[in-house]
Design a protein around this ligand. Structure first.
Ligand SMILES: Cc1cc2nc3c(=O)[nH]c(=O)nc-3n(C[C@H](O)[C@H](O)[C@H](O)COP(=O)(O)OP(=O)(O)OC[C@H]3O[C@@H](n4cnc5c(N)ncnc54)[C@H](O)[C@@H]3O)c2cc1C
Ligand SMILES: *[C@@H]1O[C@H](CO)[C@@H](O)[C@H](O)[C@H]1NC(C)=O
Ligand SMILES: *[C@@H]1O[C@H](CO)[C@@H](O)[C@H](O)[C@H]1NC(C)=O
Ligand SMILES: CC(=O)N[C@H]1CO[C@H](CO)[C@@H](O)[C@@H]1O
Length: 500
């Protein structure tokens, strides 16, 4: 095997780190990572609120079980609580839904009985499950998840809630708007009208009760980095352009041009930048440009924004057993997941707060969730402005004019120039083919040029675990394996010839 191949990885997020790990463990030694920022981890980003550890990016291991590489790594590095290692928890299949106890507050300051709203949550959960079938069946009745839900809800409400009085019915409809806004956060999208119905079911969940890293998700990055040679990563080194498919005869077919003008030659480049970055910079990042089918998939797949706003209080004003506080606007009984006037009413997009638990570890901290253009607008405001809006919101919904947060901390993923949003989702018109195009190496099959000059990893290139950390890890391994098997399958003669 030609372990002398020179491999450059662009991006030191979890997918780039995973690729480097696998390549180095297989004997490749000429491997380096170029990272635009001063840190490793990318969208895994642990921060603190006073002395409390909070995650600005990834928080959970979704589906911690034996098949989940993140769970296995976290266990190996002893980064989990003993409870999270309980084998029973690894078999619980929650199908991606968190078993949270909700508390529901309204814009007129009432606390509703969550059970009264169960019918609304149930109807939407049912509809969302139904959205997944079109992926396998095809022939979806409309293009977006939002459209499908709106049309179905009208019929079902008329049918099933005939006996419900108008006021209760209206509250249930408002609750559905809150749930739609929550789904926007999960899917990292502005609106469910932008999520493709045909591909909604591609996302797969793993069994296991979601767990977190008590010492912070970045502990995983630190553990992995500690096993890699020092000097592997060059920080503050944004890549400007990848020159591939050169017709010049030279030893290494690819040239990576950095923003500072440095030119690095390589046999293979693994690109792990976010889908948001590809959408914005593809035309300058690749020379020659990407083939059209690949570009169209980059454009069709969605990449939106989901942000968190952590809010700390001196004491808890919520019920001790409650896991999530849902906010219900009484004027939103028409299934709305976007606000009409973003600068004036962006805060209405925030569907609620999750409670950080256990209290002994986190104190009295809530995490507000907000997606979409409203979230992107929030990022442009000062911390004082955001804090003020949150204070007014909580006072209004609790009817308590004295509640005052101690401090806040929010993420700003859309304005991070190296991420440009949060994570990917299948946009309208997407199919599994788009995810296959995303991961297809360059030059594409059939070309006479040297194969695998540019490879693609990262969250948005996994066909069923996109938008997750485990998806990102698996794509890094996949591209490393592609090179490993390439070099182990070609005969020594072939490999000597390709060196000429
Ligand atoms: C708010 C939020 C919450 C999330 N919650 C969860 C969760 O609970 N569980 C979960 O599993 N997942 C979650 N995710 C998703 C998860 O964080 C990502 O899927 C994963 O971290 C992506 O890893 P990656 O390596 O593909 O990309 P990234 O982490 O984005 O890494 C890409 C790297 O490339 C660098 N880069 C970009 N452009 C250039 C350039 N031109 N030159 C050089 N370097 C460049 C970037 O700086 C970055 O370091 C969340 C994400 C967000 C934003
Ligand atoms: C797992 O199981 C234990 C019971 O042993 C429980 O206390 C714990 O909270 C469970 N959940 C997680 C996410 O660890
Ligand atoms: C790559 O190079 C080959 C040979 O020079 C050429 O025929 C082909 O069109 C090039 N492909 C692209 C995408 O530029
Ligand atoms: C990627 C992702 O989390 N997609 C989710 C979008 O929302 C629906 C409804 O909850 C989930 O089923 C998907 O898994």
């Amino acid at each position: 095997m030609n372990v002398n191949a020179r491999i450059v990885i662009i991006g030191c997020g979890i997918s780039g780190i995973s690729a480097a790990h696998r390549l180095l463990n297989s004997g490749f030694h000429d491997v380096r990572i170029l990272e635009a920022t001063t840190r490793s981890g990318g969208r895994i980003k642990t921060s603190s609120l006073g002395n409390i550890i909070v995650e600005l990016g990834a928080n959970w291991i979704h589906g911690p079980c034996e098949e989940n590489p993140v769970f296995c790594l976290a266990r190996k590095y002893r980064l989990l609580d003993p409870e999270a290692l309980n084998p029973e928890n690894q078999t619980v299949d929650i199908g991606g839904h968190l078993p949270w106890i909700p508390s529901v507050l309204t814009s007129s300051g009432q606390k509703l009985n969550a059970e009264d709203l169960y019918a609304a949550r149930e109807m939407l959960a049912e509809l969302l499950d139904e959205c997944s079938v079109f992926q396998s069946e095809g022939g979806e009745p409309c293009t977006s998840v939002g459209e499908f839900i709106r049309s179905e809800v009208q019929q079902r409400v008329a049918e099933k809630w005939k006996a419900t009085d108008a006021a209760a019915r209206s509250l249930r409809m408002c609750m559905m708007s809150t749930v739609l806004k929550r789904e926007c956060c999960y899917n990292g999208t502005h609106s469910l009208d932008e999520v493709g119905l045909g591909a909604f079911g591609l996302y797969k969940t793993l069994p296991g009760l979601d767990c977190t890293f008590p010492g912070g998700y970045e502990g995983l990055i630190k553990s992995l980095m500690s096993e890699l040679p020092s000097g592997l990563v060059t920080y503050n080194q944004p890549v400007h352009c990848v020159h591939w498919n050169s017709s010049e005869k030279r030893e290494n077919p690819v040239v990576v041009e950095c923003a500072d003008g440095e030119r690095i030659t390589a046999d293979h480049v693994i690109v792990t930048v976010s889908l948001g970055y590809l959408k914005k910079h593809h035309s300058t990042l690749f020379h020659p440009p990407l083939p059209l089918h690949k570009l169209h998939s980059i454009q069709r797949l969605g990449f939106g924004t989901n942000n968190k706003i952590f809010v700390e209080f001196d004491s808890a004003w919520w019920d001790p057993d409650c896991d999530i506080i849902c906010l219900l606007w009484e004027d939103e009984d028409t299934l709305v997941d976007q606000v009409p006037d973003v600068p004036r009413s962006w805060i209405k997009k925030l569907f609620g707060f999750s409670v950080l638990k256990p209290t002994e570890r986190y104190g009295h901290v809530l995490c507000g969730w907000i997606a979409g253009h409203e979230s992107e607008y929030m990022e442009t405001l000062s911390e004082q402005e955001v804090s003020h809006a949150i204070t007014q919101l909580i006072r209004r919904f609790t009817g308590n004019p004295t509640i005052t947060p101690r401090r806040i901390l929010r993420s700003q993923w859309f304005h991070d120039p190296w991420t440009l949003g949060s994570y990917s989702y299948p946009g309208k018109g997407c199919s599994v083919q788009d995810l296959e195009n995303m991961m297809e190496p360059l030059p594409t099959k059939g070309s006479q040029s040297q194969p695998f000059q540019v490879l693609f990893a990262g969250e948005a290139t996994h066909p069923s675990y996109y938008s997750t950390v485990h998806g990102a890890v698996l794509t890094g391994w996949r591209e490393a394996d592609r090179l490993i098997s390439h070099y182990s399958s070609i005969s020594p003669y072939e490999s000597a010839k390709s060196m000429l």
